[in-house]
Design a protein around this ligand. Structure first.
Ligand code: ADP
Ligand code: MG
Length: 227
């Protein structure tokens, strides 16, 4: 199992008390498959992704990524594991305004200390894979919302992650572009063998998932939802 979340509980400080954002959540995502977590706003979806990404340490439970238990690691070791094994597609693309599509990808890989020529050809190949080969030299303001989301996805794949985490990929897109981005995510997942965890409030996303689970008030309610 490439991504394992085992009995995860996460609380946040909330005035005098604590708010339980995730309540004993367990999930297993095999390589080459998409698991969709669907739930309304505030149900804990982004919190779940942050825990899976090792950006947030849960109160209890374990996260295992590509065979390494992340929950016991130091922050520095967790950051290394994240860079090596995890690609994150945040809800907001957060592209750097001054960089071209190609450069957005190159910057990510440079952080990982690879050779520039190798990085450049990999970045080109990834942009090609998301249908943006012709637009590699455009900056974010010269791209549509859907195209920016494709750059966002390609960027998450630069370091060849085993785990791909995706937050609300269709929220800024119309139905047609949203559907195309979902198809792309499903194709990339199968072609690259990533364990993909996608969280969304949009039930239109569920068709591309191999497994669908429902999150309500931080609790998983798996039964009764079909892809
Ligand atoms: N950093 C935080 N501090 C305190 N409460 C938070 C924080 N992040 C999220 N929450 C709360 O945790 C719950 C789950 O939020 P979130 O994971 O963002 O849900 P979703 O992504 O499904 O909308 C919400 O009630 C939200 O207000
Ligand atoms: Mg969210």
């Amino acid at each position: 199992m490439t991504l394992l979340l085992d009995d995860i509980t996460l609380t946040y400080a909330d005035g005098e008390g604590r708010l339980t954002a995730l309540d004993r959540v367990g999930l297993a995502v095999p390589a080459g498959t998409v698991t969709a977590v669907v739930g309304p706003s505030g149900s804990g979806k982004s919190s779940l992704l942050a825990v899976a990404a090792t950006l947030v340490t849960p109160d209890s439970g374990r996260v295992t990524i590509d065979g390494t238990e992340a929950t016991g690691l130091s922050r520095a070791d967790a950051a290394r594991l994240r860079r090596r094994a995890v690609g994150i597609v945040f809800q907001q693309p957060n592209l750097l305004p001054s960089l071209t599509a190609l450069e957005q990808l190159q910057v990510m890989a440079h952080l990982d200390g690879r050779r520039p020529a190798e990085v450049r050809s990999r970045a080109r190949e990834l942009l090609d894979g998301v249908g943006l080969a012709e637009l590699a030299h455009r900056r974010p303001h010269q791209l549509s919302g859907g195209q920016r989301q494709r750059v966002n996805i390609a960027r998450a794949l630069v370091n060849e992650p085993r785990v791909l985490l995706v937050d609300e990929p269709t929220s800024a897109l119309d139905h047609e572009r949203g559907a195309a981005v979902l198809e792309l995510l499903a194709d990339l997942t199968r072609a690259r063998g990533t364990a993909t965890l996608l969280v969304t409030h949009d039930r239109g996303c569920l068709g591309v998932a191999d497994e669908v689970v429902e999150l309500v008030d931080g609790r998983l309610a798996g039964a009764g939802v079909s892809p």
